[in-house]
Design a protein around this ligand. Structure first.
Ligand code: PHE
Length: 481
């Protein structure tokens, strides 16, 4: 099949997976959610899920991709057949596609903000500006649906073009340079934060674990974030895994991805909160956090306009290397299933997601309140879409863990993992029992909080579920066998 080539180098999967994992989730979402949810306790739940649940599921998801060598939906269809399991497991693929579509819709809007700031930095319009001016500038950006739509459109087109061209060209070599450069500039910002901000307060905020600080929905947000930041539970990793060389080590790769991803988030968090506390800003200011605090640092830094410009370009690079991994699984499916050309498949996915993204655009201005979403769910469309992804990704991850843990045979797993029996047993125990229990625990724990939204949320799940079940049970697949 046209899409099912293998990455050019043994190590490319690692690079692609890091590219997917490291993105706005680390630089923008992690600090802002941590700030909103009171700091340390949030990080504790986040870190525990990364290591006890995230890494094993990362291994499981890559394994399903590499074993089936197809897009997530078709791959799961194939695996259910070859393993004589219920076709209902195919819902892993469908749930993933739904999440990819939802995430891309808002991801692109936020990445668009980075286009704005790249421009602002490089033209020097923020040089020497004070906190108030910078804050007002951000508010003005959010207040303009036209500007937000423009950037959103530019970003999504750029991502679509890359995927349409095929992921080999450009991305591989681009990532090799951009990722280390991003890390270096982040360290530079951290250095600035330590020298001029309040690093002590930042460290206390991030690493004082008082679990009682975490609201019930905070638990869900922390778990959702750990899946989000590792690109887990929605098929991105499975789609990339389908191109992974059979030689590369699953375990080592997964640990490396989780490690790099967490390191980037921590450095970003420390840098941003040093600046926040140093300038007496509020940590809980929401989605604008990174976009308001970092320009403040760049405004005062020597060569700040240049460093800031490069920084936001790198943010854009990190965001693009993530957004292409959101498009890839759905596009590969459309190619395989409906024989679309790659450009046609990408256009379909991107146009639909772009349109949904307009809901996020208006959530920051004309429909910041008083919409049907506020009436039903007590939040804006953007917040609601985020909530959905906080549920869908862990749910997808849970199903992936269960399928890989129970349906794959010992021989298959050993062939993929090529590791000792001990590691195999540890991994299998984690995906069979620990990951599902942890996800279930957080879901149950946060239910009292999301109760008010429970009915609409269940409604949404039922629609997706019914769709998957319909495909599974109602269509006669007998001829396809
Ligand atoms: N992991 C990416 C980030 O942290 C977001 C993402 C989620 C990408 C899911 C692909 C799939 O920015």
């Amino acid at each position: 099949m046209s899409t099912h080539n293998v990455w050019t180098h043994k190590g490319t999967f690692l690079l692609a997976a890091v590219g997917s994992a490291v993105g706005l989730g680390n630089l923008w979402r992690f600090p802002y959610l941590t700030g909103e949810n009171g700091g340390g306790a949030f990080i504790l739940v986040y870190a525990l899920t990364i290591f006890a649940v995230g890494i094993p599921i990362l291994i499981a998801e890559t394994m399903l991709g590499r074993n089936s060598r197809q897009s997530p939906i078709m791959g799961m269809r194939y695996l259910t057949r070859t393993h004589n399991t219920s076709r209902a497991w195919e819902s892993i693929g469908w749930l993933g596609a739904a999440s990819a579509f939802l995430i891309l819709s808002f991801y692109s809007v936020i990445a668009g903000w980075a286009i704005h700031y790249t421009w602002q930095m490089l033209t020097g319009s923020l040089s020497g500006a004070d906190a108030e001016t910078i804050g007002a500038g951000f508010d003005a950006l959010l207040a303009s649906p036209a500007l937000l739509t423009l950037y959103h459109t530019l970003f999504i087109i750029a991502s679509g073009l890359i995927v349409a061209m095929g992921i080999h060209r450009g991305i591989e070599s681009g990532l090799r340079i951009m990722m280390p450069a991003l890390f270096v500039i982040l360290l530079l910002v951290l250095g600035y934060g330590v020298a001029n901000g309040d690093f002590g307060a930042a460290a206390r905020f991030l690493f004082t674990f008082n679990i009682a600080d975490l609201s019930l929905e905070g638990w869900l947000a922390a778990m959702g974030q750990s899946f989000f930041t590792l690109s887990l539970g929605m098929g991105a990793i499975m789609a990339y895994g389908a191109y992974m060389s059979s030689e590369a080590s699953l375990t080592r790769t997964a640990v490396a991805v989780a490690f790099v991803d967490t390191a980037v988030a921590m450095v970003a968090g420390l840098a941003i909160f040093s600046l926040v506390f140093g300038a007496g800003l509020s940590p809980g200011q929401g989605p604008g956090l990174m976009f308001v605090t970092l320009p403040m640092a760049f405004a005062e830094m020597p060569l700040g306009a240049l460093i800031g410009g490069v920084f936001f370009i790198l943010v854009l690079g990190a965001a693009i290397s993530s957004s292409i991994s959101l498009i890839e699984p759905v596009a590969a499916f459309l190619v395989e299933r409906f024989d679309l050309t790659r450009p046609q498949a990408v256009t379909t996915m991107v146009v639909a997601s772009w349109a949904l993204g307009l809901l996020t655009v208006v959530s920051f201005n004309i429909y910041a309140e008083g919409t049907i979403f506020h009436a039903l769910f007590g939040r804006s469309a953007f917040d609601f879409i985020e909530l959905l992804t906080n549920i869908f990704m862990p749910l997808g991850g849970l199903l992936i863990a269960l399928f890989a843990g129970w349906a794959l045979t010992h021989a298959e797993v050993m062939k993929e993992m090529r590791t000792s029996e001990t590691w195999f047993s540890i991994w299998r125990f984690l995906v069979r029992f620990v990951a599902p229990a942890a996800v279930a625990f957080v879901f149950l724990r946060s239910i009292p909080q999301i109760e008010g939204y429970l009915i609409p949320t269940i409604g949404a799940l039922v629609i997706v579920g019914a769709f998957a079940a319909g495909r599974t049970f109602l269509i006669d697949h007998s001829q396809e066998q």
